[in-house]
Design a protein around this ligand. Sequence first.
Ligand SMILES: NC(=O)C1=CN([C@@H]2O[C@H](COP(=O)(O)OP(=O)(O)OC[C@H]3O[C@@H](n4cnc5c(N)ncnc54)[C@H](O)[C@@H]3O)[C@@H](O)[C@H]2O)[C@@H](O)CC1
Ligand SMILES: [K+]
Length: 483
Amino acid sequence: MPTAFTADQIRGAEHALMARLPEGTLMQRAAAGLAAVCADLLGRVYGRRVVLLVGSGDNGGDALYAGERLARRGARVDAVLAGSRTHEAGLRALLDAGGRVAEASAIGRADLIVDGLVGIGAAGALREPYARLAQEADAARGVVVAVDVPSGVDASTGRVEGPAVRARVTVTMGAYKTGLLVDPGAAFAGDVRLIDIGLGEHLPDPDVAALTARDVRDLIPRPGEESDKYRRGVLGVAAGSDLFTGAAVLAVGGALRGGAGMVRYAGREAPVAQVRARWPEAVVTLLGEPSIEQVGRVQAWVLGPGLGTDDWAHELAARVLATDVPVLIDADGLTLVAADRALLRRAAPVLITPHAGELARLIRADRADIEAARLEHARRAAAELGVTVLLKGSTTVVAEDGRPALVNVTGTPWLATGGTGDVLSGLAGALLAQGLSCYDAASCGAYLHGLAGRLAADGAPLAAADVATAVPAAIRTVTSAGS
Ligand SMILES: NC(=O)C1=CN([C@@H]2O[C@H](COP(=O)(O)OP(=O)(O)OC[C@H]3O[C@@H](n4cnc5c(N)ncnc54)[C@H](O)[C@@H]3O)[C@@H](O)[C@H]2O)[C@@H](O)CC1
Ligand SMILES: [K+]
């Protein structure tokens, strides 16, 4: 499982390792890896123009020593010194190899720009002249390679507070930093290459992790010889309303494709008619009163997609949440619990699947703040509400108190279209009904949903129903992943 660490965790591991090695060893390992990636991107090194953006710390040192290596191979290397100080030995090495100190105007002529402004030692938004240099690198034609993290991206969180370097490739040292996996930072990092500098055994438990196909393969339930439809897990779906019938159809579709042994759908007249017409497989109950007594036994519920937020919906939500089985709450269900948090007081597990706007209402935070710091807010919500949180968006994050946060890397921007969230709620709900914990159902659900989205889109727009249809192909892809 790919793992990532905060700046403090990396620093601690580096200190432990450095104590056992001659001074400068780690920086040379970092520079060698960085120079190799740069050479690779340049194709031919001799005669190419490389500009180093050099800050006052060791991030600049990495850039200078990599520049030295490229200069020795015949590149024309110019260093733009941005800080009040410069890594002295690194600068001397560059100058000895034929590199030069240059003005910022060199950036426009570069084939390759190395961002060594700041790394894990950065605090807050980039100060001048760093901010201006980041913008100039952005506007230039040369390929931008970030050292360790793109400057302007907070290594520990992915937060971006002002101008930041937009890298084609980020060469990161020793281990992934959390900010490289979580948006908005992840979007600035481009393709991330990891250079092994020997930190391995010194690293603590990770700050975040990302599931792989093999992790998902090992987690998803598979029917055995003894299975029947009841034992495979029965999911109840309380979704849809006279205004929003499609949400019910899509949530049931996600649930059926997600492997539930049976799906029991309960709702009002209009969505009931649609679900019956589209999914003869579902067992449908037409609700007059908002009650689930006649629905039958289920192992988990999905509550909320398209449900509405009127008194009827509130009463139905209260009935579902009064059961003793896990409940996944999405969409209108989240609006209902945001207005009446007492609904969340229950002993059985709760998984919520908000996007940033829904989470903002739930934890009384600002939507823009959540977008800028997805991980912190997902963690905060999990701790404050005592639930598992699957925060949807450009990077989907799963947070639960006491467990490492998980980020999902399978998504595609094509999934940003109406109804895909309803499919996800059905899919993750089906995994809950099959006995996965909220944490595993959320992370496997996000992984499979993202992969199904990719398979369905294949480089072109998709409709939410296509995502549900592609879920079995996504499951086949992960179950055939090698060991
Ligand atoms: N410590 C080690 O053993 C290793 C460190 N390495 C490199 O060293 C980096 C960390 O070096 P440092 O700890 O010196 O820190 P950085 O080089 O990341 O940055 C520290 C410097 O940036 C300035 N700064 C901080 N925030 C700023 C802002 N918002 N705007 C402008 N300037 C700002 C500080 O005043 C300080 O001078 C890593 O990211 C990595 O690139 C690698 O060489 C691998 C080995
Ligand atoms: K950097």
